[in-house]
Design a protein around this ligand. Structure first.
Ligand code: ZN
Length: 129
């Protein structure tokens, strides 16, 4: 899966969240600007509107969100270490697009299935099944 613009990527993320009943946040991001110092040749002719050399989205619930809610939920090392859901993107070889290079779809918490199944599209699918 590749994206020619940040708008395209945004749309994909929004749809992904809706379809999978998850909320994503940008966990890490490396800009083209900064990466130019490391690989100027590769980035000389890239599409700078893409802004990112690489970036990673993670599930809000499985990640940092636990830490910051301040209601005393324990943040055990298990949560950090079992590789929860993430989407990793990087510039493709000619620098014209952002490409999904890695995808993990495990969640270390229950996903809201009720909401998912109440969506019209999914209900049709279930009926057909
Ligand atoms: Zn999750």
């Amino acid at each position: 899966m590749e994206f020619e613009s940040l708008e395209e990527l945004d749309t994909f993320i929004t749809n992904y969240e809706r379809i999978n009943c998850v909320q994503l946040w940008k966990k890490t991001a490396k800009t083209i600007e900064k990466s130019k110092a490391v690989c100027p040749k590769k980035l000389a002719s890239c599409n700078e509107d893409l802004k990112y050399y690489s970036l990673m989205y993670a599930c809000k619930i499985g990640g940092r969100a636990f830490k910051s809610n301040g209601r005393g939920i324990r943040h055990t090392s298990t949560y950090k270490d079992n590789y929860p859901m993430m989407l990793k993107l990087a510039l493709n070889n000619d620098g014209s697009r952002l490409k999904i290079v890695e995808k993990i779809e495990n969640h270390n918490h229950p996903v809201n299935r009720e909401l998912f199944e109440s969506m019209p599209k999914q209900r049709t699918y279930l009926l057909l099944k």
